[in-house]
Write a protein that binds this ligand. Structure first.
Ligand code: NIG
Ligand code: FE
Length: 437
């Protein structure tokens, strides 16, 4: 369902969603009043015991003690979504970086990597991103949409209520537009909010006869104005890397994209440093990857307003080091965590599991990891209407079958939400409800 970039009031999914009291929750983790940047201690988390949440028309109207809200709900004739058992509620998770609109599989790349070839070697042999581009171009709109919807359904059932999805496997005007249209369609077909990003600058396509700069000029002249005028996306991404685009090319492209009115984000410092500095210089909303960031890059990102997005799924998929999340937080950066779900480097797509594992390796407090997939993730997408449970925010809520919020990350992703509400509506989840164990 549409993010509509700034207007979240419309509900294309039908019936008006009037007042509802949800609960009781043994603990409600609001994620309110946390710093946007730097370290967070668990003691800073606001936890309301035996809590309830009143939602009205898909927004959070009141939070507090369930027993207090019960009277109010009765007086107003609100509905009740009564939960019997031990549950901990927190905001729906936000996955700010995925590439889940694609054709084919790259299991062959994975096998080659495990047999000793590097990601960049496989790319130069015709595998990698380019092979997914060919399969994506060959796939019909229906095939692409069907596969995308299946992935989105999995995400929603796992508690992801907002997800960013990039193009970047079309790499010509028509196929990039086609991808963005499919992504836009998916948004209107499921309750999950999909934030589309144009990643036409993923790499220069191998069938383009010209320089990197000429390719970027073509995108700037022909594609971005069309994306803008058709309202297909308001975000532009570029992969700054040896196998893709240089920092100078990145500077050129991001400036042009901003002139046309796009927010920008960067695939930065994945294998070699450089992209993060460009991202910060250009005021990018986020610099994503950062596995190769050193002290210099960490300090640049920390001093900027650009969110550092760590992608542990890519580290796990490639068998590489994690981004230096601890150092970034200590230096004062805002750190978000995303799945990078894509067919090449990050095929798993389980944000909660990946966030928990990164947190364990990087020694992040529970609060830092939870903020990285809620409030700070919202900041990375420039969405001010979600990420915490407080009055006026979207009623995007998930409930885990436990009495103690610490169990959520302690279980390293195996404890899944037992209930998911999107804009105040309970989502049907596949399979039986999980009980506490
Ligand atoms: O974020 N680094 C570049 N892009 C993706 C990989 C996409 C692919 O391999 O298909 C990433 O890891
Ligand atoms: Fe990526």
């Amino acid at each position: 369902m549409g993010v509509n970039f700034n207007n979240h009031s419309s509900d294309s999914h039908g019936e008006a969603n009037t007042g509802l009291l949800i609960g009781p929750f043994r603990q409600l983790l609001t994620m309110n009043n946390l710093p946007e940047k730097g370290k967070i201690a668990d003691e800073q988390l606001e936890i309301i015991q035996d809590a309830g949440i009143i939602t009205v028309n898909g927004l959070i109207s009141r939070i507090g003690l369930y027993s207090h809200l019960e009277d109010e709900a009765q007086q107003n004739g609100f509905g009740f979504d009564f939960l019997n058992g031990d549950y901990v509620a927190m905001p729906g998770m936000i996955d700010v970086h995925t590439h889940i609109c694609y054709g084919g599989s790259r299991a062959g790349d994975y096998a080659m990597r495990l047999s000793g070839k590097t990601y960049l070697e496989i790319a130069s042999m015709g595998g990698g991103i380019w092979s997914t581009v060919q399969k994506t171009r060959q796939a019909s709109n229906e095939t692409l949409l069907h596969a995308l919807l299946k992935r989105l359904e999995i995400l929603l059932s796992e508690g992801i209520t907002t997800v960013e999805v990039k193009s970047g496997y079309g790499l010509n005007i028509n196929d990039e537009l086609r991808m963005l249209e499919v992504i836009q369609n998916s948004d209107s077909l499921l309750p999950i909010d999909v934030v589309p990003t144009c990643l036409a600058a993923h790499m220069k396509p191998k069938d383009f006869n010209g320089t990197n700069l000429q390719y970027l000029e073509l995108i700037v002249d022909k594609l971005l104005p069309a994306v803008k005028s058709r309202n297909l996306s308001n975000r532009v991404d570029i992969f700054i890397e040896k196998s893709a685009f240089t920092t100078d090319e990145g500077l050129f492209y991001l400036r042009k994209a901003k002139e046309i009115g796009f927010d920008v984000t960067v695939h930065a410092d994945q294998f070699t440093a450089g992209g993060s500095e460009v991202a910060c210089l250009e005021g990018a909303l986020s610099a994503d990857h950062l596995e190769a960031s050193g002290e210099k890059e960490i300090s640049i990102v920390a001093q900027s307003n650009t969110v550092a997005v760590c992608l542990p799924g890519a580290s796990l998929g490639l068998g590489m080091q994690f981004a230096p999340a601890r150092k970034l937080l200590d230096a004062g950066a805002s750190v978000a965590i995303a799945s990078d779900w894509n067919p090449g480097s990050a095929p798993m797509g389980d944000l909660l599991m990946q966030a928990a594992v990164l947190g364990a390796y990087e020694h992040l407090s529970l609060a830092e990891t939870l903020a990285a997939i809620t409030t700070r993730a919202a900041k990375a997408l420039n969405l001010t209407d979600r990420g915490s449970i407080s009055k006026g925010k979207l009623a995007d809520i998930i409930a885990f079958p436990t009495h103690d919020y610490r169990e959520i990350l302690y279980r390293q992703g195996k404890l899944k939400p037992a209930a998911v509400w999107k804009r105040g509506k309970r989502m049907p989840l596949p399979g039986p409800l999980q009980g506490s164990v």
